[in-house]
Design a binder for this molecule. Structure first.
Ligand SMILES: Nc1ncnc2c1ncn2[C@@H]1O[C@H](COP(=O)(O)OP(=O)(O)OP(=O)(O)O)[C@@H](O)[C@H]1O
Length: 304
């Protein structure tokens, strides 16, 4: 398995917003999920990777080629536009708004795809359009949000890419279409050659398909964790107030940072070793944790 994307120390300032030292990787055969609150900097990170935003600092390596990085004489340099375009030919991008001109009839998308991508597969595109129920004489502006998302997805999946970048791509989809899409994404990475960077607020989608989950909050990376670790190792200890002190001491003794969420009569503590915790504190319930709960501890939790 190779590394398709490596972003290190990415920085970008927009007025009073600053992306500060964000790190992220996408390995071949894997789905990296990107989560964070509104305005956290997810799209800015994605657009920096795709060359649509000019970063202030950091290093971006795409398919083994440094497309943005520091230079010996100081400052940073992006590869020339033609080299960036060559890399981008292997990237399918589904932005959060439909990228096609609004007056375009659906029947014109296939010829447009053929003109834009030498590896465009008309049969695959038309099959996906049929599966997504996108037939008839509509123009792009007559599509619902979910239908427009399906169109963008069908287009991104219809030429030869090594990386798919999805920015809120499943947001408008109904549950059945979301499930179908997630199956398509799993199939895409199943040969171990392709990878996906998937930014979403729908963390249940990442529970199904992600290998790694990266979280950004207010421009900073707050965690980067393999999903299986999150599911199998971490837990939420449901403590009474008087149990918090020994639990905190136990977690700190193992060298762990201790995050908690206080409720009216209890305190939830994030524990990094659920089974070790259950042995040490058999009387304190400790539940498995979801991605959404893990985010809540890191974004809104209190460090003990
Ligand atoms: N072109 C721009 N000019 C000025 N500010 C920008 C620009 N693009 C993004 N921003 C600002 O950068 C911050 C991060 O925006 P970004 O779109 O990256 O967040 P996000 O995590 O994708 O949010 P959401 O989940 O709401 O889509 C916001 O404060 C936004 O207003």
């Amino acid at each position: 398995m190779g590394n398709l994307v490596s972003i290190r120390g990415l920085e970008k300032r927009f007025g009073d917003f600053a992306l500060r030292s964000v790190d992220l990787s996408v390995d071949a055969g894997c789905v990296t999920g990107l989560v964070g609150s509104n305005g956290a900097g997810k799209s800015t990170t994605i657009k920096s990777l795709l060359g649509l935003v000019n970063p202030d600092a950091g290093r971006i390596v795409l398919f083994g080629e440094e497309v943005f990085g520091p230079v010996a004489e100081g400052g940073y340099r992006r590869v020339p536009a033609a080299d960036y375009r060559r890399c981008m030919e292997q990237v399918g991008y589904v932005p959060d708004t439909c990228p096609f001109p609004s007056a375009l009839p659906l029947s014109s998308i296939d010829p447009l795809g053929q003109a834009m991508h030498t590896t465009w597969d008309s049969a695959r595109f038309n099959r996906l359009m049929g599966e997504f129920g996108l037939t008839g004489k509509k123009t792009v502006k007559e599509l619902s949000r979910g239908m427009a998302m399906k169109l963008s997805l069908a287009a991104a999946l219809s030429f030869e890419t090594r990386l798919l970048v999805l920015d809120e791509a499943t947001a408008g989809l109904d549950p059945m279409a979301r499930d179908e899409t997630l199956d398509i994404l799993l199939d895409y990475v199943s040969d171990g050659e392709h990878g996906i960077l998937f930014s979403t607020h729908i963390t249940s989608d990442l529970e199904k398909v992600a290998d790694t989950v990266v979280c950004i909050d207010a421009g900073r990376g707050v965690f980067d964790v393999p999903k299986d670790d999150l599911r199998e190792r971490f837990g939420i200890a449901r403590c009474r107030v008087d149990q918090v002190e020994p639990v905190t001491a136990h977690c700190k003794a193992a060298g762990d940072r201790v995050l908690a969420r206080r409720h009216a009569y209890s305190v939830d503590v994030l524990v990094p070793d659920r089974f070790g915790f259950a042995r040490a504190f058999p009387d304190i319930p400790c539940d498995p944790i979801s991605i959404e709960e893990f985010m809540a501890f890191h974004i809104r939790g209190e460090e003990l």
